[in-house]
Design a protein around this ligand. Structure first.
Ligand SMILES: *[C@@H]1O[C@H](CO)[C@@H](O)[C@H](O)[C@H]1NC(C)=O
Length: 526
């Protein structure tokens, strides 16, 4: 029998394909934007033919083949002692405040969440079931590494997904703390090159978070880890490594960013930029009414949304009224994601829920007024839409700083006189063509890649499984202690050598001096 010679061409491809994998995807954070990113990961993995178990707070409306969803929305309800503090996250209470996410309360809140999550009956049951097996676990990294203990339970590689730009806190788990002289924190308001004060602030941020933060929270994290994972591991007939080994053992970090969005960080080989993977390759059709409205808005559409967590309706009445007043004087149509109804000018349309990607994709969309969250910024860049940013908290400040420096938007402070400043910003961005040109330019950079971000995500996750944890990609910096990086041991050797030399010289000098008078006295005798 003759073998078709074409088989030799095909062979490498046959070898490198892998069977469908069974993957656990964990994006439990009870926030719509995070769930969109989780669902994006799941969509690409399903499309590649894999089987997924997804732990999420926002399950899909329709059931899908190869997908099991575990709804944990109820865990996200903050407990009483934190619930009272949640009011501070309403827009009207954030006016004039600094970056509220840059606080230990924020970390406390997340640690608390992780504890409740890992102690939840449904989760413990799933993790304990010896019949459950996964080839890889894909976990959202969100200011806690506690869930890293899940990977050793299934004896499989761990992939982190960071939902924001890279930063010291997350890079330290696969590589090292980047140099604060040119790598700024996610909650910073400056971008490199840094001035002297900015550099000092950046360094202090690292000390505060990494040193004081770990002193404050790590003992608790360790306790939770040691209480939760070993008993589950025992039920599965495996053992889990100590906390410090587990949290520094990820195979891959997928970062929901791209140099066109933020700062081009220097990344280790197992960190990959995948921003844009959550954007539909073909935008979903708009609801009929919105489609008609946008088609007919020949003067263009301004889309205004403060995201899914911040509710416009929670602005003060004066702020709402003054904004509507500014909008009423525009010839453009304004689509505002506003959660209630109130009296409004004819050219303003409220939508309780906005199909954001489809609105930005519409050719009549001229401008996006946004809080500057990572998803909104990414989508604006994807579709090349200029922005006016009103950053409120978290990474929104640094994102908007970046947008302003890249030249495709204007940043405004969240203040009671927002409307006054918005008037000027609207005039500037709508009449100066440079914003639109820059937005298109950045968009082009964003799209010019070797692979579509969704394919890249799948490629690297499969690569990790194929290569049993991709040990070859791991950063050699990960396990080098700080004193070795700073060559403090060498410094100590040099200091010891110098001190020894000094004393040796002193000793010798003394010896010589003490001999001299003897010689002289001998001379005198002669
Ligand atoms: C670390 O990850 C690799 C690859 O997944 C795995 O083989 C190894 O057992 C893990 N080590 C620990 C201590 O969990």
């Amino acid at each position: 029998m003759q073998i078709d010679p074409r088989i030799w061409v095909l062979l490498p491809f046959l070898v490198s394909t892998i069977d469908a994998l069974r993957i656990l995807v964990l994006f439990p954070v009870n926030a719509k934007s995070h769930s969109i990113l989780g669902q994006g990961v799941v969509t690409h993995l399903l499309k590649a033919g894999h089987e997924v178990v997804h732990i999420t707070s926002y399950p899909r409306v329709k059931k899908e083949a190869n997908l099991t969803e575990i709804d944990v929305g109820y865990i996200g309800q903050p407990p009483k002692h934190l619930a009272e503090k949640m009011d501070q996250f309403k827009i009207k209470n954030l006016v004039g405040k600094g970056n509220i996410a840059d606080s230990t309360f924020f970390l406390q809140f997340l640690y608390d969440y992780n504890k409740r999550f890992l102690e939840d009956e449904k989760i413990v049951k799933l993790l304990s079931d010896p019949k459950e097996h996964y080839d890889v676990v894909v976990l959202e990294w969100f200011f806690s590494e506690l869930v890293a203990g899940i990977a050793p339970l299934f004896q499989c590689p761990l992939v982190w997904v960071a939902t924001t730009e890279a930063h010291a806190h997350v890079l330290r788990v696969i590589d090292e703390i980047p140099n604060p002289a040119y790598s700024v924190d996610l909650f910073s308001t400056s971008r490199p090159p840094l001035s002297f004060t900015e550099r000092v602030t950046s360094l202090w941020g690292i000390v505060k978070k990494m040193v004081l933060g770990s002193l404050m929270f790590e003992p608790d994290q360790r306790d939770i880890y040691n209480n939760v994972f070993p008993p589950i591991a025992a039920k599965r007939g495996v053992t889990v490594p100590p906390y410090d080994e587990a949290i520094y053992n990820a195979s891959l970090l997928l970062i929901n960013s791209h140099p066109s969005i933020g700062t081009p960080f220097r990344l280790p080989q197992n960190a990959k930029y995948i921003a844009g993977y959550h954007v539909d390759s073909q935008p979903q059709p708009l609801p009929k009414e919105l489609q008609k409205l946008m088609d007919e808005s020949k003067q263009g559409v301004i889309y205004f949304s403060m995201g899914s967590n911040l509710k416009s309706v929670e602005m003060s009445d004066e702020m709402k009224k003054s904004l509507l007043d500014v909008f009423s004087k525009l010839k453009e149509t304004v689509i505002w994601k506003f959660e209630e109804d109130m009296e409004k000018p004819l050219n303003v349309h409220f939508v309780k829920w906005a199909p954001q990607q489809s609105i930005l994709a519409h050719p009549n969309c001229k401008l996006f007024i946004t809080h500057g969250g990572q998803l909104s910024t990414t989508e604006a860049i994807h579709y090349g839409i200029p922005v006016i940013g009103v950053p409120v908290l978290g990474d929104q400040h640094i994102n908007m700083k970046s947008v302003v420096e890249k030249g495709f938007g204007v940043k405004l402070d969240l203040a009671e006189d927002l409307a006054d400043n918005l008037k000027g910003a609207l005039y500037e961005v709508l009449h100066n063509p440079s914003y639109k040109i820059k937005a298109k330019e950045i968009s082009q950079i964003f799209h010019d890649r070797t692979m579509a971000p969704g394919d890249e995500l799948v490629f690297w996750i499969e690569h990790v499984v194929k290569t049993q944890g991709a040990l070859h990609l791991r950063s050699p910096a990960l396990h080098v202690p700080l004193y070795q990086k700073l060559f403090l041991d060498l410094l100590a050797c040099i200091v010891i050598a110098l001190v020894t030399l000094y004393y040796l010289l002193c000793f010798l000098l003394k010896k010589i001096r003490s001999k001299k008078p003897v010689k002289e006295s001998k001379k005198k005798v002669k």
